[in-house]
Design a protein around this ligand. Structure first.
Ligand SMILES: *Cc1c(COP(=O)(O)O)cnc(C)c1O
Length: 379
């Protein structure tokens, strides 16, 4: 955490809204992930925050990457071309997975020359890949329970477990190569049982396809969902890691390569926003503050990510329950109807912590207000 005095000073110097990215925290989160899950290679999910400087720091720390569009692919690929490769194909797979199960024909055509590793979850996609990206390696994306995740994904993606082995066989019969199985238990998963169920389902499918003679299927991609410590109720990552490591040992022989796609876990705590009070009013007896960042910008996660951020003041003093709104003319631009804040003046600064994931990445230019300025520290 950046000291509050430093944050305030940076914000006054740089202007607000200011989105501060702490690269020491990025490296710390990556190291924690590796320490507790030594058997797993982390593929950072670039969509959580696609800032190229974040990608660079994680690349240097040893991370690989999960991308879901050509622009995200290119952000990562530029580093690969600078790096000494073993064989190019191994290296692409070691460093990038294209983990969007649905890919446009144009995307597949562009991807094919990189011999990428991609996910799929249905027969139509097999036909597309066969025609437009026959050099790709495939991972079958499995539908798994997303119970209790903050962001649910299983209604949009994933093959039903009962169809999985057939879809793998179908891809082989189409002349493609299936490398493994992937899943996503839902973002900010605090119900660790989701992982246990998904791992057990996956182990059953590996057995089934090995029995059918496809013994080369050997990558297990456990996706994202690792919870960021937004508050005290989130159980520590090491507890989840202990459960995962136990299941890995029990269910998967050593030759199975395990990878994961953490997004939020790596970047959430690395981002802090500082904004400024630009207006105040009392409405229906309640103190309302208007600040110069909102849900169309860095607080976009309130809408898209179902994530509630707290707004804190640098100032001390007796607090009351206040409303906090963003700067645009839309009433949807409401950050909170219940924040404990001291009496603030116009020009006072406020901040929100743990706002590094799914925040700045989905900022818009709505109403002409630009996204917050980004400042990288501790690089
Ligand atoms: C969004 C996403 C991730 C990252 O999820 P987090 O919950 O942020 O860890 C990983 N893999 C896929 C396929 C995703 O769609």
């Amino acid at each position: 955490m950046i000291p509050l005095r430093t944050l305030q000073k940076l914000a006054r110097e740089q202007g607000m809204p200011l989105f501060v990215v702490d690269h020491r925290e990025l490296r710390r989160n990556y190291a924690e992930f590796k320490k507790h899950l030594p058997r797993v290679q982390a593929y950072y999910a670039v969509k959580a925050n696609s800032d190229p400087m974040i990608v660079k720091t994680l690349f240097k720390a040893g991370a690989s990457f999960d991308v879901a569009s050509m622009p995200e692919f290119q952000i990562v690929h530029q580093y690969i071309s600078d790096f000494p490769a073993k064989t190019r194909q191994d290296y692409i797979w070691d460093k990038i997975i294209y983990a969007n199960p649905i890919k446009a024909v144009e995307t597949l055509q562009e991807l094919d020359r990189y011999k990428p590793l991609v996910t799929y979850d249905n027969s139509e996609e097999i036909r597309k890949i066969r025609k437009y990206a026959p050099h790709a390696g495939l991972l079958l994306r499995l539908k798994v329970p997303n119970t209790g995740a903050m962001v649910e994904l299983s209604s949009k993606f994933g093959a039903p477990p009962g169809e999985a082995a057939n879809l793998i066989e179908e891809a082989f019969e189409a002349g493609l190569t299936v490398e493994g199985i992937s899943f996503h238990v839902g973002s900010q998963t605090t119900n660790f049982e989701n992982y246990v169920q998904a791992l057990n389902l996956s182990a059953g499918i590996f057995k089934e396809v090995w029995d059918r003679g496809y013994e080369q299927v050997k990558i297990l991609d456990i996706g994202g969902g690792f919870p960021a410590p937004y508050d005290q109720t989130v159980k520590p990552f090491r507890d989840l890691a202990r459960i995962l490591n136990g299941e890995f040992e029990r269910l998967f022989p050593r030759h199975i390569e395990i990878l994961a796609e953490p997004g939020r876990f790596l970047v959430a705590t690395a981002g802090t926003l500082v904004a400024k009070v630009i207006g105040k009013a009392v409405r229906d007896g309640k103190q309302c503050y208007y600040i110069n960042d909102g849900v169309y910008h860095t607080f976009s996660g309130i809408i898209f990510d179902h994530c509630q951020y707290h707004v804190k003041a640098f100032k001390k003093g007796a607090t009351q329950i206040c409303s906090v709104f963003g700067p645009t003319c839309d009433a949807l631009d409401t950050i909170s109807l219940a924040e404990e804040l001291p009496d603030l003046e116009l020009g006072d600064l406020v901040y929100s912590e743990n706002i590094g994931a799914y925040s700045h990445a989905s900022s818009t230019w709505f109403n002409g207000f630009p996204p917050a300025k980004v400042l990288h520290v501790n690089m």
